[in-house]
Write a protein that binds this ligand. Sequence first.
Ligand code: SAM
Length: 227
Amino acid sequence: MGWRLMVEYSWGVGTTKRAGGRRFDREHGVTTQALLFLSELGTSRSEAYAHVTHYEPVPVAEFRDLVRRVPKEAMRDATFVDVGAGMGRAVLVAREYPFKQIVGIELSPHLYEIARDNLAKARGFTVACRDVRLIRADARRRRFPRGDLVVFLYNPFDGQALDGVLDRIDDARGNTTWILYHTPVHAERVIGRGYEAVATLPGGIVYKLSRSAMNDSISSMASAGAK
Ligand SMILES: C[S@@+](CC[C@H](N)C(=O)[O-])C[C@H]1O[C@@H](n2cnc3c(N)ncnc32)[C@H](O)[C@@H]1O
């Protein structure tokens, strides 16, 4: 079954995962479990809303499975970016890993405020990264931190918006970029940029792009051509 079909088939996460989400909220004193359509949030008429899917928090175990595929040494050199941070669940959990920095970008002012509140009051996490920033912005228009990135996408928008975000990721010019794409409905756009799928998990796909390897192979092809 293709991803597109699976998403239509299993719209929203199941009852067990939602119950797990509510337990997560109780344990950590936060509010992240909800299913909201952006049109329900009373947000502005920005053109960005024409591309969004909905708000729903990532199931925690599936998120951890994706993050664990990134080696710890790579985390230490990278900024984790949650594109479409919602109420901040993935950002909260990402703090358990030794990233250089964590950035959550959220379009909806309402969700952004909830995420800030959650970050301020969250308890019961073992925190390995304390440099955490939440930004209210359209991720297509926002400059990403320079250098290596681990980008998390929980199916936040359509393919056109994804192209815009992939441009921002390219602009960061890191040596190594990881994309953790949960519910990867527009996976072909990531592959089209030269990313390699390094793990396919129940929740999504882990992609990696190593620009130094890419440049090496381009220059060896060029020098072979010159001979
Ligand atoms: C499925 S939710 C994921 C929430 C969060 N990443 C998590 O896993 O718990 C997708 C989020 O992407 C946000 N979003 C959609 N388009 C966006 C854009 N252009 N810039 C920033 N955020 C966006 C939505 O407002 C929504 O909160």
